[in-house]
Design a protein around this ligand. Structure first.
Ligand SMILES: Nc1ncnc2c1ncn2[C@@H]1O[C@H](COP(=O)(O)OP(=O)(O)OP(=O)(O)O)[C@@H](O)[C@H]1O
Length: 239
């Protein structure tokens, strides 16, 4: 894995909202095919980091490179076109489009990925979406909406898939389906950044973890290292 090229490098960024600074020298790097996590308590700055990566809250210091290109001064649409797909908190699917319409609305393969995502592959990953193909977005359960949001992001064939608290508010059973999906995506070589509070689950799902507290990295390491440092995750993640 250490030979793989770097997809994302966030280097010493400061960012915030108006006068309020949230990130202080935030940094992380993700290599191709890796699943990385951002961990930390509520308000630690995880979503702000994601917003900075996407150019929604541009950093005022530091740099962000995506596949070797410096992108931190780029507008969001240009960054997205490089292949960054976000599944945000709160799903945000189209309620008045059918499941299939939601999936095909953003289908794209700008990077010319081999074996690109299509309806068939998304249906194989989430069989429920096949059963629900003709249902409207607003007729889906919370878990199905979340699967649809992930499926829709995959249909853009992203170089980096970012999942921000996608299991929030889901039942344990549905959460398990999401973890299974993440495991499968990792096995297929999808590069991903996952933000979630179920650290114990993420230990077996992710390669690398970055723990954030008050906008700063307080710990970073592999799953094996994090497993050996339960105090870190108990303290910083509050579980
Ligand atoms: N749009 C905004 N305007 C002003 N302050 C904000 C905004 N969004 C977030 N903040 C503040 O920035 C800090 C970091 O928030 P952020 O959402 O990045 O944290 P987080 O780690 O993702 O936590 P959570 O799980 O609660 O979303 C918090 O103090 C929050 O109140």
């Amino acid at each position: 894995m250490s030979q793989a090229r770097e997809v994302l490098r966030v280097d010493a960024i400061d960012a915030g909202y108006g006068q309020s600074q949230v990130l202080f020298g935030m940094h992380l790097a993700i290599r191709e095919g890796e699943t990385a996590t951002l961990l930390g308590r509520n308000g630690a700055g995880k979503t702000t980091t994601v917003r900075a990566i996407l150019g929604l809250t541009p950093p005022h210091k530091g740099s962000i490179h995506f596949n070797g290109r410096r992108v931190d001064a780029w507008p969001t649409d240009r960054i997205a076109r490089l292949g960054v797909a976000l599944v945000p908190e709160g799903r945000q699917i189209f309620p008045n489009l059918s499941v299939t319409e939601n999936l095909v609305a953003f289908a794209a393969n700008r990077r010319g990925a081999k074996g690109p995502w299509n309806l068939e592959r998304v249906h194989a990953l989430f069989p429920r979406l096949k059963e629900r193909a003709r249902n409207m977005g607003n007729q889906l359960s919370g878990g199905e909406q979340q699967m649809l949001a992930i499926g829709r992001a995959l249909m853009t064939n992203p170089a980096l898939l970012i999942l921000d608290e996608v299991t929030e508010g889901l039942s344990p059973l549905i959460r398990e389906e999401i973890w299974t999906c993440l495991r499968q995506l990792r096995a297929e070589g999808q590069t991903a950044l996952v933000i979630d509070k179920y650290v114990e689950r993420l230990l077996s799902l992710a390669d690398h973890h970055t723990v954030v507290e008050k906008g700063r990295v307080v710990w970073a390491g592999s799953s094996a290292q994090l497993r050996e440092a339960p105090d870190i995750w108990r303290f910083y993640v509050g579980v």
